[in-house]
Design a protein around this ligand. Structure first.
Ligand SMILES: NC(=O)c1ccc[n+]([C@@H]2O[C@H](COP(=O)([O-])OP(=O)(O)OC[C@H]3O[C@@H](n4cnc5c(N)ncnc54)[C@H](OP(=O)(O)O)[C@@H]3O)[C@@H](O)[C@H]2O)c1
Length: 324
């Protein structure tokens, strides 16, 4: 059984390039998804406190460790949720995550978003006066949270990183601490190639993990997995469209974490196909006049009243991240 390509991160950790995403995996789905994935070669699992299914992932791990894999053969990522950015909350939140997953350590722990919510009021604390909005904590800064991440015991986290950080957010935390995140996990697919972040990350040796690599397939939007150009290349290569989209991310050097809870897709998404330069360019061309970012929190329900990416949708936002 092939375990796929393995990348080396700046801290020396070995990261399997294709991982399994677990966001929106419903109760009773993710346990079998994780088990199927690991039995079929996946060694990289992407989790988060906010997905509210880490305990179920933990149940799957209990079944397969150590009979199918040893813990140290897996690369497990999880993420600090927004309501635990306050320095005194960071290790507590990590401990809760470790408890849910049933493991002593994470291979990678990320700040999930450059956005803080107040602690102790649930995952999405509602704003006391503004209906349909989450309450933000505009006092806790990204630098404070990053310092608390740096201070986490190495016995509990092998590497630390961030997610959804822009070049400005990265510059701020690096300038303040001198510690460069090992990974930035970002939305990346042919409609959102993230060229600026790619160039900056290369210079700083920050590895990029591509999330929503299949375009997430949000209801109501045309599916990237059904895009005619992607279909054309897939047909030529005798591959699935999802494999072509994963290969596009691989071509750019990302690690890629497609989510599926369906056995045949979990298996086929992991089978890598290679894109020629010509096919890569053809797939890239679909983003030229169709720039699309699917994950913009100001559009979430409840809404986060904060501008993160400089997108037109964020013009009305009252806040930007508190960096210092
Ligand atoms: N850091 C962050 O803020 C952040 C944000 C978003 C996502 N993520 C991570 O990235 C992972 C992947 O992103 P995502 O879940 O947003 O979206 P995605 O992986 O781009 O797409 C998932 C969707 O594609 C479908 N799908 C999977 N394989 C397919 C195939 N072979 N053909 C057609 N459709 C297929 C899935 O349905 P089925 O399950 O029914 O197959 C699901 O509806 C997440 O699960 C999460 O772990 C992180």
């Amino acid at each position: 059984m092939s375990l796929g390509r393995i990348l080396t991160l700046s801290n020396g950790s070995k990261l399997p390039q294709i991982g399994l995403g677990t966001w929106l995996s419903q109760p009773n789905e993710v346990e079998s998804a994780v088990e199927i994935a690991v039995r079929n070669g996946y060694r990289h699992l992407d989790l988060a406190r906010v997905y509210q299914n880490q305990d179920e992932v933990g149940r799957a791990l209990k079944k397969i460790i150590p009979s199918v894999v040893k813990r140290e053969e897996l690369f497990i990522t999880s993420k600090l949720w927004n309501n635990s950015h306050q320095p005194d909350q960071v290790e507590k939140a990590l401990d809760e995550t470790l408890e849910q997953i049933g493991t002593d350590y994470l291979d990678l722990y990320l700040i999930h978003w450059p956005v803080a919510f107040p602690p102790g009021k649930g995952l999405f604390p509602l704003h006391p006066t503004k209906e349909g909005e989450v309450e933000l904590d505009t006092k806790t800064s990204l630098v404070e949270t990053w310092k608390a991440m740096i201070a986490l015991p190495k016995s509990k986290v092998r590497a630390i990183g961030v997610s959804n950080f822009t070049v400005d957010h990265l510059e701020a935390i690096i300038a303040a601490t001198g510690v460069v995140p090992v990974v930035n996990q970002i939305e990346a697919h042919p409609l959102l190639p993230q060229d600026e972040l790619v160039a900056y990350s290369k210079e700083k040796n920050i590895h990029l993990t591509a999330y929503s690599p299949l375009g997430n397939n949000l209801a109501g939007k045309p599916k990237l997995t059904e895009h005619p150009v992607v279909e054309e290349v897939a047909k030529k290569l005798g591959a699935t469209t999802a494999q072509v989209l994963v290969a596009w991310g691989v071509y750019r050097g990302y690690s890629v974490i497609p989510k599926s809870v369906q056995e045949s897709r979990i298996k086929s998404n992991f089978q890598q196909v290679e894109l020629s330069k010509e096919d890569y360019e053809k797939i890239s061309s679909i983003g030229k006049d169709n720039y699309t970012r699917f994950n913009i929190p100001i559009g979430y329900s409840p809404k986060w009243d904060i501008a993160l990416f400089g997108e037109p949708e964020e013009k009305s936002a009252s806040f930007t991240p508190t960096v210092q």
